[in-house]
Design a protein around this ligand. Sequence first.
Ligand SMILES: N[C@@H](CCC(=O)N[C@@H](CS)C(=O)NCC(=O)O)C(=O)O
Length: 198
Amino acid sequence: MKLFCTPNSPFSRVARVLVDELGLAAAVEITTVTVRDPDSELLTFIVSGKVPALYIDDSHTLCDTRMIAQYLAHTANRDNVTASLHNIEDYAFEGFCLSFLESICVWVREARRAPAEVSEQILQLERARAVRCLLYLEKNLEKLQQPFGLAAIAVVCAMDIASRRLDFSTDNKQQKLAQWFKKSSNRSSMLATQPLGI
Ligand SMILES: N[C@@H](CCC(=O)N[C@@H](CS)C(=O)NCC(=O)O)C(=O)O
């Protein structure tokens, strides 16, 4: 299998962390590609051109982080990495964690625009959303303290990029979450997949 990634994409990082956590490094070749590039090698595998993308065989490339996580877990024979529809509470929580990551990516993208193009309204909206999400995670911390699966990985990758790129992190209202983040950030899978130069 080939996992297409960019070095700094937080969604790619989720997939790379999973490869490491699941002991699949020998089975998955991590391949760095460009995005938003008409000449990207990735476009010959998947026309959407987004990362992560997991090339499985000549006919199939998966291009959604949740699907990739499910496929990797299935390959590693692990059933506690992604939430099952049979447990709607965990399933909904996992979806929330991925949507938190997506919102942080929107915020990062907006903040990186040329100053004249940045929308202050979007920056404020995303900050307010992120504050709500951190408070929610603090209240539901026990859901993150289960085996280090997709939900937890999405949150730790979101919090990491928010602190690096947006200077946004927990305050004294989310002390348990801050401790959990510090511990999770020190896992070898997180240390091995740190973004480059940021
Ligand atoms: N919903 C997608 C989101 C993936 C995504 O937004 N990837 C970004 C990088 S973090 C990307 O490929 N952007 C390039 C583009 O928009 O063309 C998933 O779950 O995998």
